[in-house]
Design a protein around this ligand. Structure first.
Ligand code: ATP
Length: 357
């Protein structure tokens, strides 16, 4: 992967009559990167992909691929390719005929085509004997792989994926997530992927852009976004989270209702007197014995216990009816938890402060 921008969006606006679906998007995607755009329904993900592949026109702004401006270029001339959510395979053709379709368009000789199809079948972990199999005899997961093989046969500079796994069952989705990540490594191509599934984004991506209401809220690695979200929206979108309204005192100390803090705790980077959100993820909140020291301490009562396979989630009623989520591995399960009074503790190094909360 290179550090220079490969696909560059500057001030991209998309309007549908009086409705603005994208508000001046600036975005740099690097060559060879697995870049995922994630966001809730209606945030503008599909609109963005449609502009990138040329299925729709930008209202304002520019899109560059390397040094070439492509936003005015017809879709069929753009060196890109799309893998659709609903598969657009030719059902009356065999697997091999489907995959070699782009090669035929390029008038490659049959022997060469056959060789390339075999390479692609190998790459997607499909048996070579599938060459003659009919699409209608293939499973959902196999069809996804065939569609991917066909997309790769176009030899595009960038592959765009519009929620390709959303229709599949959980197990198959998990398998294909890993395969896609592996395929990305092995092909070295630039993948631009959209999904509303955060988990999918986190498993596969080098970087993630989080969209909300036609704007990008944050672009970073999954780890960075999880640990240091820039807003309440991103913090909540990235999974279970505890957020406390706190005030940064004039002496720099952080305080919040019901939160006991070590006296010398200070809020780095936030102005004195400002209000903020103190974030701590459920896995960093401990059930603290009376003698145990933590930077932040609060009291509560366990309302519910949820068993999530290998993890257990506790819902705690804290001070002023505040709900706090605590997560433990099953082996650290609290005995007879529901109804228990608990002392909760967490350390400042596991927290993050979001300004203007
Ligand atoms: N052709 C259109 N005409 C009018 N409004 C549109 C059109 N296409 C999209 N929109 C609006 O633009 C906004 C963004 O839509 P878009 O499909 O890009 O969202 P999305 O994030 O992909 O959502 P989803 O996850 O549900 O597919 C929505 O409010 C949608 O109603």
């Amino acid at each position: 992967m290179t550090d220079t921008a490969f696909l560059r969006l500057r001030g991209v606006v998309k309007k549908f009559h009086s409705f603005t679906a994208l508000h001046g998007i600036d975005l740099d995607i690097r060559e060879g990167e697995f870049f995922t755009i994630v966001g809730p329904s209606g945030s503008g993900k599909s609109t963005m992909i449609r502009l990138l592949v040329g299925m729709d026109d930008v209202t304002e702004g520019q899109i560059h691929l390397r040094d070439e401006r492509i936003d005015q270029m017809p879709a069929n001339l753009r060196p890109t390719c799309m893998v659709f959510q609903s598969l657009a395979l030719f059902p009356h053709m065999s697997v091999g005929q489907n995959i070699e379709f782009p090669l035929k368009l390029r008038k490659e000789p049959p022997a060469q085509r056959r060789e390339r199809v075999n390479e692609l079948l190998d790459l997607l972990h499909l048996p070579r004997s599938y060459y003659d199999k009919r699409i209608s005899q293939c499973s959902g997961g196999e069809r996804q792989r065939i569609a991917l093989a066909r997309a790769l046969a176009f030899d595009p500079e960038i592959l765009f994926f519009d929620e390709p796994l959303s229709a599949l069952d959980y197990r198959l989705r998990k398998t294909l997530e890993k395969e896609l990540k592996d395929l990305h490594h092995r092909t070295g191509k630039t993948f631009v992927y959209i999904t509303h599934s955060l988990e999918e984004a986190m498993v596969m991506s080098d970087r993630i852009a989080i969209m909300k209401d036609g704007r990008i809220e944050q672009i970073a690695t999954a780890d960075e976004i999880y640990r240091r979200p820039v807003s309440r929206f991103v913090a909540e979108f990235m999974g279970e989270v505890n957020l406390f309204n706190v005030r940064c005192g004039h002496d720099g100390a952080v305080s919040g209702p019901g939160l006991s803090t070590r006296g010398d705790l200070t809020a780095e980077g936030l102005p004195a007197g400002s209000e903020a959100l103190l974030m701590v993820r459920p896995e960093y909140v401990q059930f603290a014995a009376p003698s145990e020291q933590y930077d932040y301490i609060l009291q509560g009562r366990v309302r519910e216990e949820y068993i999530l396979g290998s993890r257990i989630q506790y819902e705690i009623e804290g001070p002023q009816d505040k709900r706090i989520t605590v997560e433990k591995l099953r082996q650290n399960r609290l005995d007879d938890a529901v109804g228990k009074q608990v002392r909760l503790g967490f350390n400042a190094e596991k927290t993050h402060l979001i300004g203007n909360g």
